[in-house]
Design a protein around this ligand. Structure first.
Ligand code: 3UK
Length: 550
């Protein structure tokens, strides 16, 4: 039996439950307002989300249907259920965990990563998924913050995991899976000794089941805490109304299961409707297109830059089965929407989501989509734009995006809760404009607005124009400090293959911007780069571009 030394025993009212998460939720008055007006969002007070997503789907007759496909394997709903049950037994009966314990998860997208995540939730423990590229130092921060006592980790990622354990006083057990050699297959060996049945732990709808860390461009990452109910709520909002997915769908895409965009899009959403998901590691634009054709995928989830690159390659692949493509993580430039539509015939479904909100809350599909706009608020959520004083901004006024719905921000022991939640609204940190028809138009991250000689300039607007130039493959626009103007607009440009950087090209790009938007927004500085710095989730790291070159 593991003794959790970090929970004050006075706070534990039952010897068998670890109340760390509950004790570290923000005070109730700091939570956002939660809304459950839709009939499909009426959940019972006791709820284990994996029982709903897996046990009940098997009971409903989906047992023999494939739930997860890879190039090597096809897992049916029944096989996934048995695998999840064995892992849940390992967690409780072999590793001695109790409900409420945090379990770190670490692997690329793979059926075993999916099974481990579901098993942790089914056992009443709390999943703490981590991005595959994280180093020991970053893992240690997460382990300390979430007081993680156990980890399930793919053997391929063992080095940084083991390094993190060396310096940790908290992490007591690591069990590895997916090793190449039989002797190193620790989790699999333990699973073989366990029964394939496991009764879902009776959890409350408001028990924390997931602590997802924000990628955190700078400083300490924030742990966002989500309940069993939240996991179902995201399945019953965007996928139901906007995506309109069905059991016949085959999902595919790139976001890691450790990122809530991937967890929802590539695991929870397909399972909620009895559909199938394709889980593949290390995809490139080319291999994603090939896999979409090979598996006859109908729904694809990835980031805008991936679609942009796929657009130029799409004609060599049979994408006739593809029906819906979802873009999230960053703003979708209108030009990328257009390129993708020309290449695939599909109208992109743009959607803004956030780790704090768990998944997408503004989006639009099909004829509802508008080039340049993210979309309208997803049924189940409310959204508006607030001005500097926190009052409703009228149509056409840029302000702070505010949203509320069945899910919302609850940081793990973090004073930044008060920055994200104000007067019941979640403030995502994005500058948006809403028009009179209720469409939301992304402008910039609020802290990425460039202020030059008194003008407010949104970097993405300048990027949008540059992307229309035939020489430009990718670009990023940031504000650089300038004595005279406060900031100047600087563009970092990746040229298309075969195009050489030159001074005349700089002039041409500057004139091209001046001809397309208000001339004061043109980039006074342009630097050519062979690539742009991005996070593992495909987001541009603007702060890296603002740092002076060394
Ligand atoms: C930005 C977008 C414009 C925006 C996410 C879908 O990206 C996700 O979560 P993160 O916590 O980042 C949140 C921030 O990313 N963003 C995301 N999508 C869009 N900006 N248009 C978009 N379509 O700044 C937001 O505040 O990493 C996305 C589902 C789950 C997620 N966690």
């Amino acid at each position: 039996m593991i003794v959790n030394t970090h929970v004050d025993s006075a706070h534990v009212d039952s010897a068998h439950i670890d109340k760390f998460a509950q004790d570290n939720l923000p005070a109730r008055e700091l939570w956002p307002e939660l809304i459950f007006t839709l009939p499909e969002l009426q959940y019972p007070a006791r709820l284990n989300c994996v029982e709903e997503l897996l046990d009940k789907m098997v009971a409903a007759g989906y047992g023999d249907k494939p739930v997860i496909l890879t190039y090597q394997a096809s897992w049916s709903y029944s096989f996934l259920l048995e695998t999840v049950n064995r892992i849940a037994n390992v967690l409780i009966r072999d590793m001695g965990l109790v409900p409420g314990n945090r379990v770190l998860l670490r692997a690329a997208n793979h059926p075993m990563m999916a099974a481990c995540t579901l098993a942790v939730l089914k056992a009443g423990c709390i999943a703490v998924p981590t991005m595959p590229l994280l180093r020991a130092k970053e893992l240690s921060t997460i382990i300390d913050k979430a007081q993680v006592t156990a980890a399930l980790c793919s053997y391929a990622l063992r080095e940084e995991m083991a390094l993190a354990q060396e310096t940790s006083h908290v992490l007591q057990q690591i069990v590895y899976f997916n090793a190449q050699t039989q002797s190193a297959r620790d989790l699999e060996a333990r699973m073989a000794l366990q029964p394939n049945e496991f009764a879902p732990v009776d959890t409350s709808a408001e028990d924390v089941c997931l602590i997802s860390f924000t990628s955190g461009t700078t400083g300490m990452p924030k742990g966002t805490m989500h309940f069993h109910r939240d996991v179902l709520a995201i399945c019953d909002c965007f996928p139901r109304s906007v995506l309109a997915s069905a059991s016949s769908d085959i999902f595919i895409g790139t976001p890691p299961l450790a990122f809530t965009f991937g967890l929802g899009g590539l695991l929870l959403f397909p399972m909620r409707v009895g559909a199938t998901t394709v889980l593949l590691e290390k995809l490139t634009p080319e291999t994603l297109l090939k896999a979409a054709a090979d598996f006859k995928a109908t729904i694809c989830f990835t980031a805008p830059t991936f679609y942009r690159q796929m657009a130029t390659l799409a004609s060599s692949f049979d994408l006739s089965h593809l029906q819906k493509t979802v873009s999230a993580g960053e703003a979708l430039p209108a030009s990328t929407r257009e390129l993708w539509k020309k290449a695939s015939g599909l109208e992109m479904i743009d959607g803004i989501g956030a780790t704090e909100m768990l998944h997408i809350f503004i989006s639009a599909a099909g004829k509802e989509a508008r080039a340049g706009a993210t979309g309208k608020v997803v049924p189940g959520y409310q959204a508006c734009v607030l001005d500097e004083q926190g009052k409703l901004a009228g149509p056409g006024v840029v302000g702070r995006l505010a949203v509320k719905g069945p899910t919302g921000c609850r940081y793990l022991a973090d004073s930044r809760q008060a920055n994200y939640v104000m007067q019941g609204w979640n403030l995502t940190g994005d500058a948006y404009e809403m028009d009179s028809e209720g469409y939301f138009w992304y402008r910039a991250r609020t802290d990425d607005m460039i202020i030059s000689a008194g003008y407010n300039i949104a970097g993405p607007e300048v990027e949008e124009i540059l992307l229309k130039h035939t020489a430009v493959a990718e670009c990023a626009v940031v504000g650089l400090p300038d004595e005279e103007r406060g900031q100047i607009v600087k563009a970092f440009v990746v040229l298309k293959a075969g195009i050489a950087p030159s001074d005349p090209l700089i002039k041409e790009l500057q004139n091209f911007v001046k001809a397309g938007i208000a001339p004061y927004k043109y980039p006074r500085a342009i630097e050519f780069r062979s690539s742009l710095p991005r996070t593992e989730t495909g987001k541009l790291q603007r702060y890296k571009l603002r740092q002076p070159a060394i």
